[in-house]
Design a protein around this ligand. Sequence first.
Ligand code: 5AD
Ligand code: SF4
Length: 460
Amino acid sequence: MACMKNADNKKVYIKTWGCQMNVYDSNRMVDILSGLGYKPSETPDDADMIILNTCHIREKATDKVFSELGRLRAHKDRNELQGKNVLMAVAGCVAQAEGNYIVERAPYVDMVFGPQTYHELPEMVLKASGEKRIVNTEIPSRSKFDHLPDEHTIEGASAFLSIQEGCDKFCTFCVVPYTRGGEYSRTAVEIIDEAKRLVDSGALEITLLGQNVNAFHGQGPDGSTWGLAELICSVSEIDGIERIRYTTSHPRDMDDDLIAVHGEIEKLQPFLHLPVQSGSDKILKAMNRKHDADLYRDIIARLKKTRPDLAFSSDYIIGFPGESDQDFEDSMQLARDVGYASCYSFKYSARPGTPAANMAKLVPDHVAAERLRRFQDLINTQQKAFNKTCEGLTMPVLFDRKGKKEGQLRGRSPYFQSVYVQGNERLIGKIVDVSISEGFENSLTGDIVTTDGQILTGTS
Ligand code: 5AD
Ligand code: SF4
């Protein structure tokens, strides 16, 4: 194919927004494009292809895409003035939702493709190189995973592995079932093979990913259907894997087996992100969440019984249509009852095309903003209190990058806190014991403990 022959030493720049699924997808795009001779580039300056991998989950997603495209376009224009052809693409969930509108409004964009079509990138690149503009927002019946090449791109010692995609839950505020399509689980064999390859390339920690990850129901090696619990057990048996996490879960899919593995599998880290969205049963019903607040409390209690040190995070939406003062107080109370280690909270914003977008009884913006502020104050207090309880403990920390300050390293504790120490760069990619000296609102600081138990204050 003509374009492939010419593509050697070309560069692709991918800007990624949104969830870890998007980070995973961008890495897979790099892998597939490497087969066409494209190398990843850290900057759009000299790129031959620029991809904006977008997220549609929250407010003004489409506006943000157009303003970023405006910025990226300058690089395309500059390179094209020098006679270099640059392909510009929009991928991800905004591409899926707004494909035709994007090509209409941004004539300089060559390719727009949704999250289920990345495996078709070679054909799309070929067509777009021949001056044809591409809009590909198919949601095929077979998964892209059947077609993607083996992955080469991993982000250091902590790797993501996508096991499930899409969602059948249809929460009334959420675009995911429309942009990512119905629920699809990969087979256990594919996942385990990928996990082994990630370990061979240096991964110590694997985060199993899915929009509704605990709805996983993939085919096991013996043809039976495996749930997430069986998959976690099997992944934990792979030599070299030290830590396992999974995200994002739905309370309805926290079954007995999954709750039990938290007490059985040491490698499964003691931190769980379990979005609840609201503490009010009335609002949960309007959100079509298919669970009430007490079911969530019960799941948390059962999880804590199997793994007493398990720490929790969640997502809450504040100011959903119809949320009264009392409904909001119910969310505050649920958060107090759980006591989070961290928690995300978002002011509700209508997503066009979702059922909630047509709901009445909108909460005035200033009321929602004030509630959000109160909620976030509560969470910040909880987060700081949790981090304070870690002072004086020694924890294994997986170092994944340099910190902002000179000689500083950043790592993650088992509870997913950011931990900063002074240390030698060669510790990046390793799990090292750290004695925690101080807990702040957003992070911990500490000192490395040597194998003979000495604390190396402020040194490597
Ligand atoms: N408005 C506000 N927050 C939203 N989220 C999803 N859709 C919306 C919306 N329309 C939040 C949910 C979800 C997280 C990823 O984003 O809390 O769990
Ligand atoms: Fe969206 Fe999660 Fe609800 Fe699925 S379960 S519709 S991904 S919020």
